[in-house]
Design a binder for this molecule. Structure first.
Ligand SMILES: C[S@@+](CC[C@H](N)C(=O)[O-])C[C@H]1O[C@@H](n2cnc3c(N)ncnc32)[C@H](O)[C@@H]1O
Length: 149
């Protein structure tokens, strides 16, 4: 029997992802690794406890590992963002939710946030001379990276 590819795993089941033979074959958990949660946590509802999911993955990582996370936020445009979220969720089965800066920051519990912190994505270490918007909040996505001490 073929084992399912780890890319088809359900983030709601982090223990299964960690125990999967494909994961164990590809990642040496005794060494620092990168955990990329890029625009995926909006699809994990509060009821599914995304904080617990991130903590479960974090606890499996060796010291020196990094979490890179990007998450849609309604922080800069709450009224229009909440309306957009409602329209989106009324037309798709994969329900998504935006979160506040504070809620997203909490996913970094147990990590040391690296500079420049949790910021709108164009502000995260733009290339020198890059044309950074004077209204970065219009991108609706916060991004950050944290190191597990
Ligand atoms: C907006 S895309 C981001 C994809 C990629 N990280 C990127 O930045 O291009 C959201 C991804 O989350 C995945 N996803 C949604 N719910 C998931 C779940 N419960 N478990 C694993 N992946 C999930 C979707 O399959 C999709 O690939």
């Amino acid at each position: 029997m073929r084992t399912p590819r780890s890319s088809t795993a359900d983030l709601n089941q982090p223990e299964e992802i960690l125990a999967h033979a494909g994961t164990r074959r590809l990642i040496d958990f005794s060494q620092p690794a990168g955990l990329l949660l890029v625009s995926v946590l909006p699809f994990i509802s509060d009821a599914a406890d995304p904080g617990r999911i991130v903590a479960t993955l974090r606890d499996a990582l060796a010291p020196g590992s990094y979490l890179v996370l990007a998450h849609a936020t309604d922080a800069s445009r709450p009224v229009v963002a909440q309306a957009a979220e409602k329209v989106y969720n009324s037309s798709v089965s994969a329900q998504a939710q935006m979160r506040s800066h504070e809620e997203i920051l909490r996913f970094f519990d147990g990590f040391e946030l690296v500079d420049p912190g949790l910021v709108y994505v164009p502000l995260w270490r733009p290339d020198p001379g890059a044309d950074v918007s004077d209204d970065p909040g219009k991108f609706w996505i916060l991004a950050g990276a944290g190191r597990k001490p």
